[in-house]
Design a protein around this ligand. Structure first.
Ligand SMILES: Nc1ncnc2c1ncn2[C@@H]1O[C@H](COP(=O)(O)OP(=O)(O)OP(=O)(O)O)[C@@H](O)[C@H]1O
Ligand SMILES: [Mg+2]
Length: 255
């Protein structure tokens, strides 16, 4: 069993797209996968075809009441072996409600412990912020997967990101590691993408996945149909990218 959170406090870098598709491909390979959505935007929840308006319970209940993860987890109707702990807008209020609660950074850690043996992989999709939701995620996992967008200011904010990981490692989760860095929205037609890839490799070294995720319109379209990429267009470049990333991710696990 391995627990990973997908984290970058920068918005729109491909966290959710990576979460949805990596989870879906891992589940398709036969691994038992749980994805936990702790972003109030709920993009993983809707991107996997769940209707946020019709949820009886969500991660809000898990983080603010006695509700267990088991009570909120739903089975994906699209992908076998994939379970989802959904999020709703309500979760935005959880951050405030958790203030003052004893051990509020450990709520998710404790709830995950109750169910973790039922899965091979647990992935948490983080919001683009450094609040108590993100701290809960970073505290409850073994490693952090960092998506970085191939753009001019790619490394901007990375210092702060590393500091946050270090801080959590020092105070709440001493075993926290960096799982890897995945370059997203890579455009093979431009030099910029390649330059940014090299720059990030210089910074993170071996941690950078060799697979960069292509910029591909199909990846941007799929969530509006509530589908992971392999069910939307399994042959497109974006699907190839995430399939290859999944393979590389798995090959790293056996090392
Ligand atoms: N490889 C890609 N090619 C084209 N579009 C992409 C790609 N990856 C992500 N996108 C699109 O870019 C936008 C941001 O991606 P995504 O939602 O995955 O980022 P995020 O880091 O989760 O954002 P947030 O910080 O708001 O949670 C979305 O509209 C998504 O569909
Ligand atoms: Mg997101």
């Amino acid at each position: 069993m391995k627990k990973v959170c997908i984290f970058n406090q920068k918005g729109g870098v491909g966290k959710t797209t990576t979460n949805i598709n990596l989870c879906a491909y891992l589940a398709m390979e036969g691994y038992r996968v749980l994805t936990i959505d702790i972003d109030p935007q709920g993009n993983t929840t809707s991107g996997l075809g769940l209707d946020k308006r019709n949820l009886e319970m969500s991660m809000y209940d898990v983080l603010t009441s006695d509700a267990s993860l088991k009570e909120v987890i739903l089975k994906s109707e699209l992908v076998k072996n994939l379970d989802i702990a959904p999020s709703t807008m309500e979760l935005a209020g959880a951050e405030v409600e958790m203030i003052g609660k004893e051990n509020r950074e450990l709520i998710l850690t404790n709830k995950i412990k109750e169910i973790e043996n039922e899965y091979d992989f647990i992935f948490i999709d983080c919001p683009p912020s450094l609040g108590v939701l993100t701290i809960n995620a970073l505290t409850s996992v073994e490693s952090v997967l960092i998506p970085i967008q191939c753009e001019f200011y790619a490394l901007e904010g990375v210092g702060q990101l590393i500091n946050t990981v270090k801080l959590v490692k020092k105070s709440l989760n001493k075993d926290l590691e960096i799982e890897g860095v995945v370059m997203t929205m890579y455009d093979y037609r431009t030099n910029l993408s390649n330059e940014v890839f090299e720059e990030v490799k210089n910074f993170f070294g071996e941690k950078v996945f060799r697979t960069a995720i292509s910029r591909n319109i199909r990846l941007a379209e799929a969530p509006s149909f509530g589908l992971p990429i392999m069910l939307y267009d399994e042959k497109c470049k974006g699907a190839e990218s995430y399939k290859s990333l999944t393979k590389e991710f798995l090959s790293r696990q056996s090392k």
